[in-house]
Structure formats: structure tokens, C-alpha cells
Design a binder for this molecule. Structure first.
Ligand SMILES: CC(C)(COP(=O)(O)OP(=O)(O)OC[C@H]1O[C@@H](n2cnc3c(N)ncnc32)[C@H](O)[C@@H]1OP(=O)(O)O)[C@@H](O)C(=O)NCCC(=O)NCCS
Length: 170
């Protein structure tokens, strides 16, 4: 299977924060944002592997700034590395205030998606080819992030996480 460039999966999604999307403080609800991020990540992973994909895990999400009612949510998603049947997707989120013309960071996260065949079994995905400096840096970090999330999910023994151990104890 031929590799695909990271840029081929690049996805931009915009949403307007309406009253029904907000919490009692008039800011976008975290759960609604995670839902939109999940969709953006599903589109990015689908562009990479051209198959239906399922969310396998979401790494820690911390919200830096609330996104206000009436502001636009800007989500960018791109596959940062592909493994055998799974892909790590990197997401960045900003709030945009068009009236006052400024943009503010909301959060950044990694979602893992698995490509599925028609019988809903995991199927192989193309390798990812990083090109820019940012893409290479995300690609290199993806192996130890994968090891950490598989350890936390009880699917890998810490003893086997060589790259993560090397990073933590160098
Ligand atoms: C994700 C899922 C398809 C993986 O299937 P599985 O039977 O565990 O298959 P495997 O153990 O062969 O794992 C397949 C891939 O998923 C990855 N994976 C499994 N669990 C994972 C987790 N918690 N975090 C990250 N990756 C995970 C594996 O590392 C493997 O990747 P690789 O082939 O690139 O090495 C399966 O667990 C599932 O269907 N989960 C429910 C997903 C779901 O419902 N999502 C929507 C949320 S409501």
C-alpha cells in the first residue's frame, strides 16, 4: 500500500456557537466541542485511509479558554501518524470573534481512529508521509504517545514501551 502525505488528510471545520450549544455561563459546552472534534477527526482519518473509521480513544483534553456564544469554532485536524490499522489525528481548536476580529486558542488534542473493513474488523491503513517540520515533529512523538495510551488502556505492558521509557528516563 502506498504511503500518503499528511497534508492530504488536512481538514478544517467551522461551527457557530448557538444558544443550544452553551452551558449556564453562556460558553460552548465541552461535550459539544468534543463531538465536533470527533467529526473533524473522523473526516481527516477517512481522507487518509479511504475507509470508514471508528474512534478508538481520545487523549487528555484540557480547555484553555472558553468559546463564547456567537463566536465561531475553528477546528483543524490532520493525521499525525498511521500505524497498522490505527491512525493518530492531531487537532487544534480556536475560537474566533468576528466582530472584534480576534482569534483565541481553545485546545489541542489527539484522537485515535481505527479503519474498519465491511465486517467491521480492523483493516490496514497506508503509512503517513510527514513533510513539514511540524509534521515530522508530530510524527516522531506519535510512537511514544501511542505507547502511553495503550498502557493506560491496559493493552501494552510498560516494560515493552521502549520509546516512551527512553523519552522519560533519558
Ligand atoms: C477500536 C476497536 C475497533 C479496536 O478493535 P480491537 O478488537 O481492540 O482490535 P485490535 O486489538 O486488533 O486493535 C486494532 C487497533 O486499534 C488500536 N487500539 C485498540 N484500542 C486502543 C485504544 N484504547 N487506544 C488507542 N488505540 C487502540 C490498536 O493499537 C490497533 O492499532 P494498530 O493495528 O495500528 O496497531 C474496538 O475496540 C472497538 O470497536 N471499540 C469501540 C469503538 C467505538 O465504539 N467508538 C465510538 C465511541 S462511542
Amino acid at each position: 500500500m502506498e504511503g500518503k502525505k499528511a497534508s492530504e488528510s488536512f481538514t478544517i471545520m467551522n461551527e457557530l456557537v448557538l444558544p443550544n450549544d452553551t452551558n449556564v455561563f453562556g460558553n460552548l459546552m465541552g461535550g459539544r466541542l468534543m463531538y465536533w472534534m470527533d467529526i473533524a477527526a473522523a473526516i481527516a482519518s477517512g481522507k487518509h485511509c479511504n475507509a470508514p473509521c471508528m474512534t478508538a480513544s481520545v487523549d487528555n483534553l484540557s480547555f484553555k479558554n472558553p468559546i463564547k456564544l456567537g463566536n465561531t469554532v475553528h477546528i483543524e485536524a490532520k493525521v499525525s501518524r498511521a500505524f497498522n490499522t490505527s491512525m493518530e489525528v492531531h487537532l487544534k481548536v480556536w475560537g474566533e470573534d468576528h466582530l472584534h476580529q480576534y482569534r483565541y486558542e481553545s485546545n489541542e488534542a489527539y484522537y485515535t481512529f481505527v479503519a474498519l473493513d465491511p465486517n467491521t474488523n480492523p483493516r490496514p491503513v497506508p503509512a503517513l508521509i510527514p513533510e513539514t517540520e511540524d509534521e515530522v515533529s508530530l510524527y516522531e512523538g506519535a510512537l511514544r504517545r501511542r505507547q502511553l495510551r495503550l498502557i493506560l488502556a491496559g493493552k501494552m505492558k510498560p516494560h515493552d514501551a521502549n520509546e516512551l521509557k527512553e523519552f522519560l528516563f533519558k
